[in-house]
Design a protein around this ligand. Sequence first.
Ligand code: NAD
Length: 251
Amino acid sequence: MADSAREPRLALVTGGARGIGRAVALELARGGYNVAVNFRSSAEAAAALVKELESLGVRAGAFQADVSNREQVEVLFKRIREALGPVGVLVNNAGITHDTLLMRMKAEDWDAVLSANLSSAFYCTKEAVRDMARAKWGRIVTISSVVGITGNAGQANYAASKAGLIGFTKSVAREYAARGITANAVAPGFIDTSMTEVLKDDVKAAISAQIPEGHIGTPEDVARAVAFFAHSGSAYITGQVLAVDGGLTMC
Ligand code: NAD
């Protein structure tokens, strides 16, 4: 969806080198946004994506950082501001799973998931709103999950982090609504990425059977919802959670 805003805005996509983040970066570039791609370890994939983004006629750059680390996030934003300018659109996408039943879940499994999925959004949003408040314009789009709404056996840590992101999003939305900054969340259901490729075919078939649309979604399905929230025309929409799940949850 092309954005007719006067100047090209800069979007930062955390964990953007692959999967949903990659699709979001491409969708935003097609809409005319410059894109900063954050990656943790996939430097080659990030560099290839930057080339692809540039071929769409926008400015782009790849920036290494572990967004679960506050100091690294501060350096990340400094480097992005120097290279591409202030961040206007933040997509909190980076996330991990360490799935196991509660009885077997170690404190390390809990801490790793909460810091990669939830604390990362806190660190990045705190930095991004500095730029956005100055510009009196900003879009924060956070990738939650339907399991943050419904819960899921074997994902107590992941579901807690994704539910936390919804409370975080609504609080930020309330704090910044009067300053031209919106904060919304996209809650994907089952999407075909490396996060779900570990599932066995029979498990995927059983999941598909539960989805009213009858199939697992694509990263592009999620990217289009992110682009909708990021659009300058979505100014009157904040604090919302949009499920992209083929009708799985309908809540
Ligand atoms: P993915 O594993 O392909 O992508 C996740 C990306 O985040 C990877 O590039 C990874 O390197 C990056 N990342 C993880 N921790 C990081 C850190 N500390 N610093 C920087 N980067 C980090 O999986 P995906 O499916 O594309 O996941 C993207 C987001 O969508 C995640 O937040 C995930 O929880 C969410 N999600 C995915 C699904 C699904 O079915 N695939 C469903 C609901 C929500």
